[in-house]
Design a protein around this ligand. Structure first.
Ligand code: BMA
Length: 848
C-alpha cells in the first residue's frame, strides 16, 4: 500500500522457520520469548516469501519442478509451520493518542500470531491485509518477538462438499479457502499448496488519525481540462482538533494542483480542475504520463498521515450499446478517453506456483513481453490471485489495461456460510480500495466460468439459483458500485447472451477449439461435445460471431531448453510418462487430436515441439485475424494463456522461463497495429482485408501473389489499399475462379506492403500435413554487431517455421519462426537487453 504512516518500520528480510506436527508448536512454546531455537533446526526464511522456496534454499527439498519431484514435496502442506523474528522499534511509542499497527499485506493462509509471547490474533484470507492494533503491546527498549503459526490447510477445510458441486481441481476443499485456487492444482498446474508470509510486513505508527485509501478519480474530460476528484475516509482515534486534507498533483516535478479541504465527518472530498491534462493511454494509443499524487492529513500544522501514489488522468468505460449492423447484438467495447479500443492481449495466471520466487523483475519481463508483442490488455484470471503492487504499477507504466476477475473460479462457493461471506466482503472491499486508483484498471469481473458452467451442469433449469450466485450478482456488485463507481462491474466471464457464452452480448470463451464443446448453444439445450480432430480443430474460430473473446487457446510444448532442464533424457520422447506428467489437462490427448487435424502426429521430441507449436501458432493467428477483421462487432481477443507457473505443457505462449514459443511471434505479427489478412469465403473466393488499430487513416500499396512453394508466381496484383482510422475492411477480392485450377497443396497466397507499415502475411490453401514442398536447405551467415547478433537467412525453397534459439533467458529476437521464400534473404537480429553477448555458436536453428 502507498500510505506512509507518519512512522513505519518494515519487517521484511530474513526470518526463521521450522515445522512441527499440527499442534506441536504451541506445546513446545515456540511463541514464547523464553523458547530457545536449536541451531540447525530452524532455517532462514525470506519474508516476503513462502515455505517451499525457503526449504529449497536451505537444501531441505529438491527442486519441485524437476521431473516428478513435485510429488515428493506434498508433505509440506501437512505440517504446521512457524515463522519467528525479533525487532526493535526505532521510534517513540509513548506518544499520547498514538496508535501502532502490525500490518501484513498477505498471509497465506491460516495464520495465528503471537507478539512477545501473547496471542495477538488470527487471519484466514490470503487476499486481504491482516492489520492488528498493537498499541501498548510493544516493548520500547528491548527486542520484540513476533511468531506466526501457519496451520495445514486441510485442518480448516473439513466442511462437507457443497451439494451439486461440479468443480474440478479439488473443489471439495479449495472453494472454502480464500487462497489462490490453482494452488490446489489446475489443468496447467500441479498441486502445490503454498504457505507463508507472501507479502510485505510492517509496523505503522500514527498520531490521532490516518487516511483510509484515498480514491483518485477522473470525473470528466473535455477538450482542454479534466475534472478530478479525491476522496478519502479518515480513521480517527481522537476527536480533538479540526483535521484537514491537502492534495497535491505534480507532473515531472511541477506542481499543478495544490488544494486543501476540511474534514466533513469521517470523510474528505475535493473536486478540482486540471488544465491541459496529459491523458494516460493504453499501449499503441498514446503515452502513459503518471502524475505524482500526495494526500496529506493535517491537524493544524502537524502532519498526521501522508499518502503517495502515481495516478493517471483517464476514463475507461464499456460500450454495450446495440450493434445496428448485427441486429439483436450489443457491443462489448472498451472505450478509453472516448476512443474505442480493440483489446489485444492474454490471460494472466500466477507467475509461479511458488509465490516466493516472483519478484518485480519477473513481473516486468512478462509484462514487457506483452507490450513488445503489440498487446494492450491482460486479464488477471479468477483462479489465480490479486497480484502484488508491483504488477499493477508496471501495468500503469507500460500501458497495459487490466481486466480484473475477483478470485472465484470453476466451482460452487459457500455463500450460505456467514463467515465465508464476511471474508469475501472484507477481501473485495480491500482489493477494490487497493487497486481502484490504477489507470490500468479497466474492468471488474465477478468470477471465472462459474455462471456458464453451472448453467451447463443444470442445463434443464435455466436461471436457477446456485451456491455463490449472490456473491457475484449482489454482494460484489454492490461493493464495486459503492467504492469504485469509476469502473464497470461484469458478473462473470463469460457472461451475456444466450447462453452465458453467447454470441449476442458480453464476452465469450471459445473452447469448442481444444475442449470440443459444441457451440453456440442456447439456454435450455443439452450441452454436447465433439471430441474428434474435426471437433477440436482451430478452423472453428472462423465461425465465431462473438462480441469479445476473453479466452481461447491451444497447447504447445515449451522450447527444448525448458524440457531438457526439467525432464530426464530417458523421458524425452513423444508420449513419454515424463512429458505426460507435465500435461495436467484431462483427457491428455486433445493436443494429439489437433495435431492430427493440422500437422499429423509427431515422431521425435523435436517434431513434437514443432508440431504442437504449429497448431498453437497457426491456430492463434487464424483466430485473431478472424476476430480482428470483425472489429468492432468483436472488440477484443485475450488468448488463453500468457504465462506458465511451472515448466509444464500448456496453452501458454511464454513458458515458465519466459522463453517464447512460436505462438508468441505469431501473436506479435497478428497483433500488429495494422494487419493485412486473407479471408477464405464460403464460395471459394478469398478477400484481402486491412485492419487498422491506429487512430490515423492508413494508406499503402499492397502486393498479393498466388505462388507455388518453388517460387513460381501464378497470379498477382499490386493494389492501392486504404482503411479509415480504427476500423477494418476488405481491400481486394480474389475470385473463386482464381484458385479453381490450382493444386492447393503446392501453392500459397502471400501479401506484402510496399511501405513496410505492416508485417507480410500468407495463407496456406491446405493443412500443413498435406502440403507438398521441396525440402528446403537454409543457409545462415552471421554478423556480430555492437548491439547484437545478425543472422542473415536464405533458402533454396520455401522454408517454413524457421527459428533461432538461444538458451539464455531474456534473449530477444527481431522476429522468429518465420517463412523464407526461395531467392530472398532476411535478417533476424538477436540481442539481450542486459547486454549479454550472444555468439553464433550459442544459437540453435531449425526449419521445416
Ligand atoms: C478455462 C479457464 C481455465 C482453464 C482453461 C483451459 O476454463 O478459465 O479454468 O485453465 O480454460 O482449460
Amino acid at each position: 500500500m502507498n500510505s506512509k504512516a507518519s512512522k513505519h518500520l518494515s519487517l521484511k528480510g530474513e526470518w526463521r522457520l521450522k515445522d512441527f506436527e499440527p499442534g506441536g508448536g504451541e506445546e513446545t512454546g515456540v511463541y514464547s520469548p523464553e523458547y530457545k531455537e536449536q541451531a540447525g533446526e530452524w532455517i532462514p526464511a525470506a519474508v516476503p516469501g513462502d515455505v517451499h522456496t525457503s526449504l529449497l534454499a536451505a537444501g531441505r527439498i529438491p527442486e519441485p519442478f524437476y521431473h516428478t519431484n513435485v510429488e515428493e514435496v506434498q508433505w509440506v502442506e501437512e505440517r504446521e509451520w512457524w515463522y519467528r523474528t525479533t525487532f526493535s522499534v526505532p521510534f517513540n511509542l509513548q506518544e499520547p493518542g498514538g496508535r501502532d499497527f502490525l500490518v501484513f499485506d498477505g498471509l497465506d493462509t491460516y495464520a495465528t500470531l503471537y507478539l512477545n509471547g501473547s496471542y495477538l490474533g488470527q487471519h484466514q484470507n490470503m487476499f486481504r491485509e491482516a492489520r492488528f492494533d498493537v498499541t501498548g503491546k510493544l516493548k520500547p527498549d528491548q527486542p520484540n518477538l513476533l511468531a506466526v503459526r501457519f496451520d495445514p490447510v486441510s485442518l480448516h477445510l473439513t466442511q462437507p462438499e457443497i451439494p451439486g458441486q461440479w468443480g474440478d481441481y479439488n473443489a471439495r476443499e479449495r472453494v472454502y479457502a480464500r487462497k489462490t485456487q490453482s494452488h490446489f492444482s489446475w489443468d496447467w498446474a500441479p498441486r502445490l499448496v503454498n504457505v507463508g508470509i507472501w507479502q510485505e510486513v510492517r509496523l505503522e505508527h500514527f498520531s490521532k488519525a490516518r487516511l483510509l485509501s484515498p480514491y483518485f478519480r477522473t470525473l470528466g474530460l473535455d477538450k482542454d481540462r479534466a475534472i478530478l476528484s479525491l476522496s478519502s475516509e479518515v480513521e480517527r482515534w481522537e476527536n480533538s482538533g479540526d483535521l484537514s486534507m491537502q492534495v497535491s498533483l505534480r507532473l515531472n516535478e511541477k506542481e499543478l494542483v495544490n488544494q486543501e479541504s476540511g474534514l466533513n465527518g469521517p470523510e474528505a472530498r475535493l473536486v478540482f480542475e486540471l488544465a491541459n491534462p496529459e491523458l494516460w493511454w493504453p499501449q499503441g494509443y498514446g503515452k502513459q504520463p503518471l502524475y505524482d499524487l500526495t494526500v496529506t492529513l493535517k491537524d493544524g500544522g502537524k502532519i498526521l498521515d501522508v499518502f503517495e501514489d502515481r495516478v493517471g488522468v483517464c476514463q475507461v468505460t464499456l460500450d454495450r450499446s446495440q450493434d445496428s449492423e448485427e441486429p439483436g447484438c450489443e457491443f462489448f467495447t472498451f472505450v478509453v478517453n472516448g476512443t474505442p479500443i480493440f483489446a489485444k492481449g492474454a490471460n494472466w495466471i500466477p507467475a509461479d506456483s511458488l509465490n516466493g520466487r516472483v519478484d518485480r523483475e519477473r513481473y516486468a519481463e512478462l509484462l514487457k513481453l506483452l507490450v513488445e508483442a503489440n498487446g494492450n490488455m491482460l486479464r488477471v484470471w479468477g483462479g489465480g490471485q490479486y497480484e502484488r503492487d508491483d504488477f499493477y504499477k508496471l501495468a500503469d507504466e507500460l500501458g497495459i489495461l487490466i481486466w480484473h476477475d475477483f478470485m472465484f473460479a470453476c466451482g460452487l462457493y459457500p455463500d450460505f456460510e456467514p463467515g465465508f461471506v464476511a471474508e469475501v466482503r472484507s477481501e473485495v472491499e480491500y482489493q477494490v480500495r487497493r487497486l481502484r486508483n490504477h489507470p490500468c484498471l479497466a474492468l471488474w469481473v465477478g468470477n471465472n466460468e462459474v455462471d456458464w458452467a453451472e448453467d451447463k451442469e443444470r442445463w434443464d433449469q435455466p436461471g436457477h439459483d446456485f451456491a455463490g450466485k449472490r456473491l457475484y450478482h449482489e454482494l460484489i456488485s454492490e461493493i464495486v458500485e459503492r467504492l469504485d463507481p469509476a469502473h464497470v462491474y461484469w458478473p462473470s466471464s463469460p457472461y451475456g447472451g444466450n447462453d452465458h457464452n453467447g454470441e449476442q452480448a458480453g464476452d465469450r470463451h471459445n473452447w469448442y477449439v481444444w475442449h470440443g464443446g459444441i457451440e453456440p448453444r442456447r439456454f435450455g439445450e443439452l450441452p454436447e461435445r465433439n471430441w474428434s480432430p474435426e471437433g477440436v480443430s482451430y478452423r472453428h474460430y472462423g465461425e465465431d460471431q462473438a462480441r469479445f473473446i476473453s479466452e481461447f487457446g491451444i497447447h504447445a510444448l515449451p522450447v527444448l531448453e525448458t524440457i531438457q532442464r526439467n525432464v530426464p533424457e530417458s523421458e524425452c520422447y513423444f508420449g513419454s510418462p515424463g512429458l505426460l506428467f507435465r500435461n495436467k489437462d484431462n483427457p491428455k490427448d486433445k493436443g494429439n487430436m489437433l495435431m492430427q487435424a493440422h500437422t499429423g502426429l509427431p515422431g521425435s521430441l523435436e517434431q513434437y515441439i514443432d508440431f504442437s507449436m504449429i497448431t498453437q501458432a497457426e491456430g492463434l493467428k487464424y483466430g485473431i485475424e478472424h476476430y480482428r477483421r470483425r472489429k468492432f462487432h468483436c472488440s477484443g481477443t485475450l488468448i488463453w494463456q500468457w504465462n506458465d507457473c511451472w515448466p509444464g505443457l500448456s496453452w501458454s505462449v511464454l513458458d515458465y522461463y519466459a522463453f517464447p514459443k512460436a505462438g508468441y511471434f505469431y501473436l506479435k505479427r497478428a497483433y500488429a497495429p495494422v494487419l493485412a489478412s486473407f479471408k477464405e469465403e464460403t464460395d471459394g473466393a478469398v478477400t484481402l482485408w486491412l485492419t487498422n488499430d491506429t487512430l490515423k487513416p492508413y494508406t499503402d500499396t499492397l502486393t498479393w501473389q498466388l505462388l507455388t512453394f518453388d517460387g513460381n508466381i501464378l497470379a498477382g496484383e499490386t493494389v492501392p489499399a486504404a482503411v479509415e482510422r480504427n476500423s477494418s475492411k476488405p481491400v481486394a477480392h480474389l475470385p473463386a475462379g482464381l484458385l479453381a485450377g490450382v493444386n492447393r497443396r503446392q501453392t500459397l497466397l502471400r501479401v506484402q506492403s510496399s511501405s513496410g507499415g505492416l508485417p507480410e502475411n500468407r495463407l496456406f490453401l491446405a493443412e500443413f500435413k498435406d502440403l507438398e514442398r521441396t525440402k528446403p536447405a537454409v543457409t545462415i551467415s552471421w554478423e556480430e554487431s555492437g548491439s547484437g547478433l545478425l543472422a542473415h537467412l536464405s533458402s533454396s525453397a520455401f522454408a517454413y517455421f524457421t527459428w533461432l534459439a538461444v538458451p539464455l533467458e531474456g534473449t530477444r529476437y527481431s522476429d522468429n519462426w518465420v517463412d523464407l521464400y526461395p531467392g530472398e534473404s532476411r535478417t533476424i537480429k538477436i540481442w539481450h537487453p542486459e547486454g549479454k553477448v550472444i555468439r553464433p555458436e550459442m544459437v540453435r536453428t531449425g526449419w521445416l
